[in-house]
Design a protein around this ligand. Structure first.
Ligand code: NDP
Length: 329
């Protein structure tokens, strides 16, 4: 038996409730590899899955946790042996399959990535899905060429934004960090941001087709009015890596002019559907390019029993940096 955060649904009322329970190994889904989980994290999707599911969870009872890192305990696949350190993100684990909010997980071997040299399981989850997505966004910007001018990071005090800020600064880019939380300016500066932009400055919807060119690239975690506005301020030939919609799914106020008259690229990044080679390359880049002391500054430690409250906080945009859940604490 092992501990897990189990979400149960009352069929009559349709209401869900999450609590730490003892679970038997036999209850785990099918797969070739059993992992003794060390750490998981809290992402926006986890907030949805800890609560009513937001359409992501297919079956109850459910164990959320869209990512985890741990040690292989048993494997029927030649690629993994007991004792190997592994990390998992994506594959809809924690959504339509039991995830990382448990001391054990059973998954398909294809879903795992070996932990790169230089990262332990706690650091890997301080990075987690949010950090992997930030790295994938930076890689996409690099592939298309980062132009002169600061690189803008929106939703900067959140999980993806914090990691993107730290990576871009370490790579030598000037980073302008957009936040709605002025009290987080020192935190963002400590991650390497050279300029702090107030959220309101970029969320006013304007009818202008274009504005003065300001940004050489952008990692956008917010979408909505912010993305609509930022597109009009991008340098000629630059790119926006769009990763999230914390501020809305519709690109408000957007026109085609930035694409036609400035050759701006809008690059969609989805960490869930990344092929193995890309995931491996991104994890290796993370171990090289993410300053580990700054990663420590982003960590907010948590236990399985903290998760019901944290799930609500992340949906309200109130979580700072990266929540690292020690499932054995
Ligand atoms: P967080 O909640 O940690 O960060 C989101 C940040 O966005 C907040 O901290 C806040 O930053 C800002 N924000 C929140 N609400 C608003 C709003 N209404 N208007 C403007 N800014 C807002 O989430 P994550 O960083 O983990 O994820 C960010 C987004 O990316 C989510 O939509 C998530 O679902 C998505 N995502 C996508 C992935 C992919 O594969 N494409 C993978 C992981 C996440 P501040 O306080 O600094 O303003």
């Amino acid at each position: 038996m092992f501990n897990a955060l189990v979400v149960r649904k009352d069929e009559e009322s349709g209401k869900t409730a999450a609590a730490v329970e003892q679970v038997a190994i036999d209850a785990l889904p099918e797969g070739e590899v059993i992992v003794a989980v060390d750490y998981s994290t809290v992402n926006y999707k986890d907030g949805l899955c800890i609560g009513p599911g937001g359409g992501l969870v297919r079956n109850y009872p459910h164990v959320p946790g869209i990512d985890f890192a741990g040690t292989v305990e048993a494997s029927e696949d030649d690629r993994y042996a007991p004792g190997d350190k592994v990390v998992l993100t994506g594959w809809r684990v924690g959504e339509n399959r039991w995830g990382g909010y448990a001391q054990k997980a059973r998954v398909k071997a294809d879903m795992l990535v070996p932990l790169p040299e230089g990262l332990d399981t706690r650091q890997a989850m301080a990075v987690g899905t949010a950090g992997l997505t930030a790295m994938l966004a930076v890689m996409a910007l690099e592939d298309h060429g980062i132009k002169d001018g600061p690189v803008l990071v929106t939703g900067a005090a959140g999980g993806v934004g914090s990691v993107a800020t730290a990576i871009l600064a370490k790579l030598g880019h000037k980073v302008a960090a957009v936040t709605g939380r002025p009290d987080q300016a020192d935190y963002l500066t400590s991650l390497g941001a050279s300029e702090i932009i107030a959220r309101e400055e970029l969320t006013e919807v304007t009818r202008k087709p274009l504005e003065a060119e300001r940004w050489g690239g952008c990692v956008d975690a917010v979408g909505g009015a912010m993305l609509g506005r930022v597109l009009k301020q991008m340098h000629y030939g630059s790119s926006v890596a769009a990763i999230g919609l914390a501020g809305g799914a519709a690109i408000e106020g957007a026109l085609v002019t930035p694409f036609i008259l400035r050759g701006v690229n809008l690059l969609g990044i989805d960490s869930v559907m990344q092929p193995y080679d890309n995931r491996l390359r991104a994890w290796q880049r993370i171990s090289q390019d993410l300053p580990m002391d700054q990663l420590e500054a982003m960590i907010q430690p948590a236990t399985l029993s903290d998760l019901p409250a944290l799930g609500k906080d992340i949906l309200k945009g109130q979580v700072k940096g990266r929540v690292v859940v020690d499932v054995n604490a």
